[in-house]
Unconditional design. Structure first.
Length: 255
């Protein structure tokens, strides 16, 4: 599993992608990945990984630390590192906003579905509220202007979603089955108009989220460009290759 700042920041958009069919939101594709986990604190931007060489890279005010020592870089690379650090700090508040808003949009939509279909709408709403608060707290702990920790964010979101989603999905599916088997005309009628209701509620917010998502994608691509431009090479002659944009597999065809 690849866990990286760009990847995880944009994983917050999964909720938006999941709503695209009902909310008519434009699908945002920004497949920038890394073999590293990234941490941002007040002093440094830090990349770490469990396997591979190097295992740790630190950027600090235009200086570069690789594994066990500070390395020599030229003046152009020094400026590139400063620009990369600045870009990472600029991206963090934006990622924070996107993460919170995307989660809120998703839970709003699920709340509407639960209210219309679930056998226990109050219980389902309480479960969704609990998960949303937990995700908000996790995002607040993991992302700020001066701090980002991809492992903390990953674990926090997985834990919050894992604790409530099975029961939420069970309630919604159970409600739909009950309505179908009992011929509950009122509930079936609500289900028929649910797509439009959800769309009307979340579409304006999803549209606004697109703008911020595209801005974040642009920032990440600029960071990748700086990474690619670094003249510094590892002892074996390899580039650092901290970030990499993957091609859009939807438009590739096999032989």
């Amino acid at each position: 599993m690849i866990r990286s700042a760009p990847r995880l920041s944009l994983l917050c958009l999964a909720a938006l992608s999941g709503l695209a069919a009902s909310a008519q939101a434009k699908e945002i594709r920004c497949e920038i990945e890394s073999d590293y986990d990234m941490t941002v604190n007040e002093r440094s931007v830090i990349f770490t990984r469990e396997s591979g060489v190097p295992k740790a890279i630190v950027m600090r005010q235009g200086r570069l630390f690789v594994d066990d020592r500070w390395v020599q870089i030229n003046n152009d690379d020094r400026q590139r590192l400063i620009d990369f650090e600045r870009g990472a700090r600029t991206a963090m508040p934006l990622a924070h906003e996107i993460g919170r808003d995307a989660a809120d949009i998703a839970f709003t939509a699920l709340g509407e579905v639960a209210a219309s279909i679930s056998n226990h709408p109050d219980r389902t709403r309480k479960s969704l509220d609990k998960a949303r608060k937990a995700i908000d707290q996790g995002i607040a702990r993991s992302i700020s202007a001066n701090r980002f920790n991809s492992q903390d964010l990953d674990k926090g979101i997985e834990r919050a979603v894992g604790e409530v989603m099975p029961s939420v999905i069970g309630d919604i599916v159970g409600g739909a089955l009950t309505a179908a088997l009992t011929g509950d005309a009122e509930r079936l009628e609500r289900m028929d108009g649910l797509d439009k209701e959800v769309e009307a509620r979340v579409a304006p917010r999803a549209k606004a989220l697109e703008v911020r998502a595209e801005k974040l994608c642009s920032q990440m691509r600029e960071m990748e460009r700086i990474d690619n431009a670094l003249a510094y090479r590892l002892p074996g002659g390899q580039a650092l290759n901290l970030l990499e944009e993957k091609p859009d597999q939807r438009h590739t065809t096999g032989d």
